[in-house]
Design a protein around this ligand. Structure first.
Ligand SMILES: NC(=O)c1ccc[n+]([C@@H]2O[C@H](COP(=O)([O-])OP(=O)(O)OC[C@H]3O[C@@H](n4cnc5c(N)ncnc54)[C@H](O)[C@@H]3O)[C@@H](O)[C@H]2O)c1
Length: 354
């Protein structure tokens, strides 16, 4: 294994850094850290699931330039030659990607291809935000990077899972054929401020429901497990990976494994809510167990998560308390239970929020 480079040594740091998906949950936090570190940032997003408010703090910053664009379309002329590209563009919430499966596939395949071409042209180092979903519903536990996964190629999640698997394959095809320098970060559930209240992810769903005094929707019996990584830890890992010269996939997540029921209990305790739980059928292909083996991140990036679940949840609750729109979360929470009934209403609501 090659040791990581020094923390401030982003490749070709004299050149701008391109972040796609910059107005999203993770992307906006990443842009802030990059600006803090002195980089010039080209922030690109089509606002399909992100929001301009997420970049509010940087709006007038002289080292941030925003480009509104869909990466599946030909890239705009005149993008400056970048030293590094972080490709985070892609809807991450199942409610969003299952509503737009074709656009999701094209974002991860055609969009990633366009950005890899851009990286090749400018000699940029390319980091792909991949996902634990490449492991599908894993039969090996915890998941190590060497595990090839157990993904359904045609199910309702396949637009996301297989899109991300194809994106990884494209990265390594460019590495083999063109010698491109690639980084692949397999992110496990990440949470924190800027999760959108109506986004349909389990952490934001539970918090918004608890704050509204509504029942918390649990899919299946709630004994399925997830590992939750606070966003500042995730972003620190993305930067460490880009700083390093490690070109194999790296799991980025918190190995502390919690059942969904435990998460519901923590949220109820931290919000002071006595909301009951309601149980709905487990959606198709929902993974039963999820926990990253982060041995590679520990040894190669000298990284480990630092924010404990209660601490991160408290910060997320504080954020969502000011923004929660209970109706939206309830609609999303019912998504899997009766999509044919709520689909239209849910998306109208999301669009209104945009
Ligand atoms: N948050 C997590 O738990 C998690 C877990 C695994 C992987 N990831 C990956 O990390 C990345 C960021 O996730 P997030 O949680 O911030 O999601 P998000 O939905 O908040 O952000 C994604 C951003 O990408 C933008 N986008 C989507 N399609 C685009 C396109 N075709 N062109 C330009 N912009 C586009 C959206 O508008 C949004 O701002 C995604 O690639 C996601 O797959 C996230």
């Amino acid at each position: 294994m090659t040791p990581a480079a020094s923390p401030a040594a982003l490749p070709r740091s004299d050149r701008p850094v391109l972040v796609t998906g910059a107005a999203g949950f993770v992307g906006s936090h990443l842009c802030e850290r990059l600006i803090e570190r002195g980089h010039t940032v080209i922030a690109l997003d089509d606002f399909s699931t992100g929001h301009a408010d997420h970049l509010k703090a940087l709006r007038r910053h002289t080292r941030l330039q925003f480009v509104r664009h869909d990466i599946a379309q030909p890239l705009p002329e005149g993008l400056p030659a970048c030293g590094a590209i972080f490709n985070l563009a892609c809807p991450a919430s199942p409610a969003h990607y299952q509503r737009h499966p074709v656009a999701t596939m094209l974002t991860s395949t055609v969009g990633t291809w366009r950005l890899l071409e851009l990286a090749r042209g400018s000699g940029a180092v390319f980091l792909q935000a991949s996902t634990s979903e490449v492991y599908g519903d894993p039969q090996v536990h915890p998941q190590h990077e060497s595990y090839w996964g157990h993904a359904n190629p045609i199910g309702p999640r396949s637009c996301y899972d297989e899109g991300k698997r194809a994106a990884e394959a494209l990265c390594y095809a460019y590495q083999r054929e063109h010698g491109l320098s690639v980084r692949v970060a397999r992110l496990f559930n990440c949470y924190g401020p800027r999760l959108r209240p109506g986004d349909g992810r389990v952490v934001s769903n539970f918090i918004v429901q608890a704050l509204a005094g509504r029942p918390l929707t649990v899919y299946g019996d709630g004994r399925q497990t997830r590992s939750f990584c606070y966003v500042s830890d995730t972003v620190r890992a993305l930067l460490a990976l880009m700083d390093s010269d490690w070109s194999q996939p790296v799991n980025i997540g918190n190995p502390a494994e919690h059942t969904v029921l435990e998460l519901a209990d923590r949220v109820r305790a931290l919000t002071g809510s006595d909301s009951p739980l309601v149980f709905r059928p487990l959606p198709a292909d929902d993974p039963v167990r999820r926990r990253p083996d982060i041995g590679t991140a520990r040894s190669v990036l000298h990284w480990r998560p630092e924010v404990a679940l209660d601490e991160g949840l408290a910060l997320t609750i504080e954020y969502l308390r000011e923004r929660a729109e209970p109706t939206l979360a309830v609609l999303h929470a019912d998504w899997h239970a009766a999509p044919e009934l709520v689909r239209g209403r849910t998306l109208q609501a999301v669009n209104r929020q945009d």
